[in-house]
Write a protein that binds this ligand. Structure first.
Ligand SMILES: Nc1nc2c(ncn2[C@@H]2O[C@H](COP(=O)(O)OP(=O)(O)O)[C@@H](O)[C@H]2O)c(=O)[nH]1
Ligand SMILES: [Mg+2]
Length: 308
């Protein structure tokens, strides 16, 4: 049996289930998830090592989760789409993921056109099949998609229920070039812990606030000190307007406390020590329009290197 290795980009509309799939395949929570569109703002790497099993191929799959494909209308949106294009550019295989329950619309045309221009092989993943009452509905759906493009594979899955993922992994491996692993076997991501901590804080904000607040928020970790028993973290939540700040702080600081407590518990699970978390809220009007601010949020720039 042979060893395959390569980069695989997960592409799709906001909310199709890209990050859920990344987490399910890697078996760790690397990307935050929410029912709100544009939860993922930068590309996220997840590394899967498939061990040698009888009669099966082994290898290393480097998955890249990406922000949802959309027409950008701000500096933040343009940066997100630049991340999508960068991930697409350097990969060996594209996993185009669609929500099997959703009706086709113009946003789908946009993404299919994007994929059409690329010479990279594409698998189409029909996700959320757990929501289909009748599995026979899959066949007409598959033939409908077959007419759109010559997909190398069309695979029905449920990222949430982890259905069809074993078959998916084997198909992906076979489609990757033969060659040695790109990353050491014990590495599962390239994200620094301090960035993942910022994301876990943002996830709580996505879960606990509504309407325009989730989209108006970004989180930056100002201080991150790892100790053997205690990790000290200070982070700033940036929002657009005073009214949003009032919501984030809440009556008597209730909301900020709630966000802080839940995020702290999640970060403790991730780092394996107790965590002391301090949160601040600042108003930074129009930050999504500021190219400089948006670039400052990017941890790849913060550490001065871009490995992909
Ligand atoms: N029922 C069901 N829900 C899913 C599935 N995959 C993802 N979701 C949900 O869809 C929403 C968006 O998921 P997420 O992974 O953040 O989508 P992304 O924007 O493409 O990264 C979340 O509420 C997920 O729980 C699935 O296979 N079945
Ligand atoms: Mg996502």
């Amino acid at each position: 049996m042979s060893f395959h290795s390569g980069f695989v980009c997960i592409l799709g509309r906001p909310n199709a289930g890209k990050s859920t799939l990344l987490n399910a395949l890697v078996g760790e929570k690397l990307a935050i998830i929410s029912p709100k569109p544009q939860t993922t703002r930068s590309r996220i790497l997840g590394i899967i090592n498939v061990p040698q099993r009888k009669g099966r191929d082994a290898g290393q799959i480097v998955l890249i989760d990406t922000p949802g494909v959309h027409r950008p209308d701000s500096s933040l949106g343009r940066k997100m789409m630049a991340d999508v294009r960068e991930a697409m550019g350097g990969c060996d295989l594209i996993l185009l993921i669609v929500d099997a329950k959703k009706k086709w619309d113009v946003a789908d045309t946009f993404i299919f056109d994007l994929v059409k221009k690329s010479a990279t092989p594409v698998f189409l993943l029909l996700n959320k099949i757990d929501l289909l009452a009748d599995k026979r509905d899959l066949l007409p759906l598959i033939s409908q998609f077959q007419q759109l493009r010559d997909f190398q594979e069309i695979i029905p899955i449920s990222a949430l229920k982890k259905t069809g993922l074993d078959d998916l992994l084997q198909c992906v491996l076979k489609a990757l070039p033969k060659g040695p692993a790109h990353f050491p076997e014990d590495q599962i991501t390239d994200q620094p812990l301090r960035f993942m901590a910022a994301e876990l804080i943002r996830e709580q904000i996505l879960m606990q606030t509504r309407e325009e607040v989730p989209h108006a928020v970004s989180v930056m970790v100002d201080q991150y000190e790892e100790g053997e028993k205690l990790t000290r973290i200070a982070a700033t939540i940036y929002c657009d307007r005073n009214s949003q700040k009032s919501i984030l702080v809440g009556k008597g600081g209730q909301m900020l406390k709630k966000i802080g407590t839940s995020a702290r518990l999640d970060i403790e699970k991730m780092v394996g020590t107790r965590v002391f978390l301090e949160l601040f809220v600042k108003v930074q009007p129009g930050w999504r329009e500021s190219r400089q601010f948006v670039e400052e949020l990017d941890w790849r720039r913060q550490i001065g290197g871009d490995r992909l």
